[in-house]
Design a protein around this ligand. Structure first.
Ligand code: SF4
Ligand code: SF4
Length: 145
């Protein structure tokens, strides 16, 4: 004799997962505070990023470089505006180039130096309110992409 142990047959494996498996806590969720877009840190841009950003903004690469970029330490970086925020930061709409933002911006806070060093992760938590303080370091690194 077989029984179903009182369980209703799930309509699909995906539904079963959704109903019975608890999702892990998110180790990072950006709250758009803009903290990481402030300061003279220097967001470096690579050649292919310059091409993509220029295309996204509908301007030439030359115009992008002269209006929004500068050379720093022998590399090209995004300028800082008079308010000390990145030139592409808008207080209402946030990053004006979000779909094509440079690698350091899309990678943050999962920088190699942070996912490989617990102390750096502790410091990053103080700097970025989007890093979930209830998550462990192990949970954080397991969610690095
Ligand atoms: S500091 Fe963190 S939470 Fe704030 S905008 Fe940057 S990534 Fe998002
Ligand atoms: S490019 Fe966008 S995400 Fe990166 S610092 Fe500037 S405004 Fe912030």
């Amino acid at each position: 004799m077989t029984g179903n142990l009182g369980l209703n047959k799930p309509s699909s494996p995906a539904k079963f997962m959704k109903d019975h498996i608890i999702s892990p806590m998110k180790a990072f969720q950006c709250c758009m505070c803009g903290e990481c877009c402030y300061g003279e840190g220097g967001i470096f841009v690579e050649k292919d990023e310059i091409r993509k950003i220029a295309h996204f903004l509908g301007i030439t690469q030359k115009a992008l470089l002269s209006r929004f970029c500068e050379e720093k330490y022998g590399r090209i970086s995004v300028k800082t505006g008079p308010d000390k925020f990145c030139i592409f930061f808008d207080k209402i709409t946030h990053c004006l180039i979000h779909p094509v933002k440079p690698k350091p911006c899309s990678l943050w806070p999962f920088y190699p130096a942070i996912v490989s060093d617990r102390e750096n992760w502790e410091m990053a938590k103080d700097a970025c309110p989007g890093i979930n303080k209830d998550c462990t370091f192990e949970e954080f690194i397991s969610q690095a992409h």
